[in-house]
Design a protein around this ligand. Structure first.
Ligand code: SF4
Length: 709
């Protein structure tokens, strides 16, 4: 508040997908404070991350010049050094010219020798839309394949697969603060107080005004205090619970006949399929009493408006796509979609995971979800970019790690990888495998702001800009495209990511003239807008500068944008929502005598993702300095462990040692570990088994043992 500052710069929070607008307060070219702004998603509110998680940008560990691996220094996938360890024996400083020539030159040589599929790129949901767009264009037109992906594969890939199939669009139908218009909201597989804190405040406000919250989650978290009913179902039994609710709606004659007849297809198949899933039959499976399932299903169906919000607890399973098919079906048969206070809202976890996906950081889709194997989309982009393009979908994040370890004889063996702003050596499942895969690459280029666990395995490291150091757009969970403005300069010789991508493109042999075509972020945005005209055609750069935030779809300059979609039609081929029946599929790895407990991973309020930013933010680090594992009191007692004592958690893939914390919201038999801590990396334990549709790994369920350390 009262600090004297040199300037105030309006931007957006760099963390979760809620998209809170904020103002950076700058003095002596340093950010000294952050204030909430009256944006459409936050109305001045910020959570502890948004308000206090900013001084990572001034951390001593920032990369300030390009680095090149020293001759003969081997890569060790099994020994990642501690955070901010001295890297001078491993890397040497290089000029931008040398680093870029090496980074791009080696990728080009691998492509020429082994073909386009020997290369891949991971973009970032933490970067801007413009960076995402240009990065995927570089991979498709420069590397020559569709091997481009990003962390959406690890968060909502299954949600998007089900939504594209069912309703024809992967984005939300209604914004978060529509909860104020809902009579009932079903929050499932989501801990919004921690992961989407300002969104959670809208839910709590709604509850105070009479909205009934139903929390369905194996972990009963803080939002449960506001809930009308809590359904702590057994982990892995989402489909059983949801099909029992669908069964109830049909069985008790609560379906919306008109909506089903006019707006959906394949209802008979769904009805037939769920006949077997009565609440009475499913209660012993999911652990929720049949009468409670019926009561909640009735309340959902008969509410004037009911809305579903979900998170990774739904999506990160081998049956994640099936889980979301059930959510779609529940909304559809009750007519709870296409009106205020209703619909489907997969809460996005990163500030630009919606936008990065829209902009085309996806191996099977061009920008705006145009399939790469669709002939007309393919022809359009070949014409638009003026170059031949691969017709076959690329590999996904986890598949690419397997391809890195493939035999020499595999024509699609991955040899060269360019990673911009992601940290798979912390965020991927089964890290021992991932880190070995990364270490085995012939050439790894990492563009980041810190020496991440992934950067340690690189051949060339390109020092990039942090969020407050650049101007660009991000798209939040509500489909709002918002403008962030540069508040400070990057430190030392670190550069803007847009500049780095273009330098890489030029050195890969692409005819992108930085001085001409992409002379600024607005020019990149405008090309992207043309490629995505069916979504953001009406959102010109000047409009964003004026309004700060515009919701898509927005097709013309005078179109106000559509916060609520599907009002009279779904963007599917026949305009109808497609119902898809589901079966019970169990987790890939279930507990047994050796590994009797279930591991659930996630985030905590103070730390975000792999912790590369928040653990270097002074206040956040002081609040939560150390890795912990949450267990129920009964399990701690059984294990003879006091809260605060150290435990070792093992799976078939690895082990971590960390402090035990008592959390009575965690079910007996479960252990919850946040994945932000490099020194006790939860993903050493997790299972890389994939959902067959979304190709998302099963972060939310694997078998572990727990012992006192
Ligand atoms: Fe940032 Fe999300 Fe917190 Fe808002 S709720 S301040 S977007 S982390």
């Amino acid at each position: 508040g009262s600090q004297v500052v040199d300037r105030s710069v309006d931007s957006v929070c760099p963390f979760c997908g809620v998209g809170c607008q904020l103002t950076y307060k700058v003095r002596d070219d340093k950010i000294v404070a952050v204030e909430g702004r009256d944006g459409p998603a936050n109305h001045g509110r910020l959570c502890v991350k948004g308000r206090f998680g900013f001084d990572y940008v001034h951390h001593a560990g920032r990369l300030t010049f390009p680095l090149v691996r020293r001759e003969g220094v081997a890569k060790h996938g099994d020994a990642v050094p501690p955070r901010d360890a001295d890297w001078r024996d491993t890397f040497r400083e290089a000029s931008w010219d040398e680093a870029l020539a090496l980074a791009a030159g080696k990728l080009k040589a691998l492509r020429d020798r082994h073909g386009p599929k020997s290369l891949a790129g991971f973009g970032s949901a933490k970067g801007t839309n413009e960076e995402a767009y240009l990065f995927q264009k570089l991979v498709r037109t420069g590397f020559g394949s569709n091997n481009v992906d990003h962390c959406t594969r690890l968060c909502h890939a299954s949600s998007v697969a089900a939504l594209l199939e069912g309703v024809g669009s992967g984005a939300v139908s209604n914004p978060v603060n529509d909860v104020a218009h809902a009579e009932l909201i079903l929050v499932i597989g989501s801990n919004p107080t921690v992961n989407h804190p300002v969104a959670a405040t809208w839910m709590k406000n709604a509850a105070q005004s009479g909205t009934r919250i139903v929390l369905a989650d194996p972990r009963i978290t803080d939002i449960g205090q506001q809930a009308w009913r809590t359904l702590p179902f057994r982990p892995d039994t989402d489909v059983a619970l949801l099909n029992a609710m669908i069964h109830t709606v049909i069985d008790e004659g609560l379906v919306n006949q008109d909506f089903i007849a006019q707006r959906t297809s394949h209802y008979e198949e769904l009805a037939q399929s769920v006949a077997r899933f009565s609440p009475e039959a499913m209660a012993p499976v999911c652990g929720i009493p049949a009468q409670t399932i019926r009561e909640v299903a009735r309340a959902f169906a008969t509410a004037k408006a009911a809305m579903i919000l979900w998170g990774m607890g739904v999506s990160q399973h081998v049956h994640g796509t099936d889980n979301v098919r059930c959510l779609i079906a529940l909304c559809a048969i009750t007519g709870q979609i296409g009106k205020p206070g209703s619909g489907l809202h997969p809460l996005r976890g990163q500030n630009n995971v919606q936008g990065a996906s829209d902009a085309g950081l996806i191996p099977m889709m061009f920008p705006n979800y145009q399939r790469v194997d669709n002939a007309s989309a393919h022809a359009w982009f070949e014409d638009f970019w003026g170059t031949p393009l691969d017709r076959s979908p690329g590999y996904t994040v986890v598949e690419l790690m397997d391809k890195a370890l493939a035999d020499e004889s595999d024509p699609h063996k991955l040899r060269g990888l360019y990673i911009m702003g992601e940290n798979p050596a912390m965020s991927d499942p089964n890290l021992n495998h991932t880190r070995h895969a990364l270490a085995s690459l012939e050439h790894l280029v990492v563009q980041d702001i810190f020496m991440t666990e992934t950067a340690w395995l690189a051949d060339v490291i390109l020092p990039a800009s942090a969020w407050p150091e650049k101007t660009g757009t991000v798209s939040n969970t509500d489909r709002m495209v918002q403008l962030g403005r540069q508040a400070i300069d990057p430190p030392g010789d670190a550069r803007a990511d847009l500049w780095i991508i273009q330098q890489m493109a030029q050195r890969m042999g692409l005819q992108w003239n930085y001085e001409g075509k992409y002379h600024g972020v607005a020019a990149v945005y405008d090309e992207m807008r043309q490629a995505m005209h069916a979504a953001i055609g009406g959102i010109r750069w000047e409009r964003l500068e004026r309004e700060g935030s515009v919701t898509y779809p927005c097709l013309a300059d005078d179109d106000p944008g559509q916060p609520i979609v599907f009002i009279d039609r779904f963007p599917t081929q026949d305009g109808r929502l497609r119902l898809v029946p589901t079966e019970l599929v169990s987790a890939d790895e279930t507990p047994d005598a050796d590994y009797p407990m279930v591991l659930i991973t996630g985030r905590q309020l103070e730390h975000w993702h792999t912790g590369s930013m928040t653990r270097r933010a002074t206040v956040l680090d002081a609040l939560e300095p150390e890795a912990t594992a949450s267990l129920a009191a009964a399990d701690l007692a059984r294990l003879g462990v006091q809260p605060g004592e150290r435990i070792t958690v093992r799976s078939r893939r690895g082990e971590v040692t960390l402090r035990a914390r008592q959390d009575d919201g965690t079910a007996d038999g479960c252990v919850f570990i946040p994945f932000a801590y490099a020194e006790a990396a939860a993903n050493l334990l997790t299972n890389a088994a994939l959902d067959p549709f979304g190709k998302i790994p099963e972060f939310k369920y694997c078998a572990v043992s727990v012992q006192k350390a």
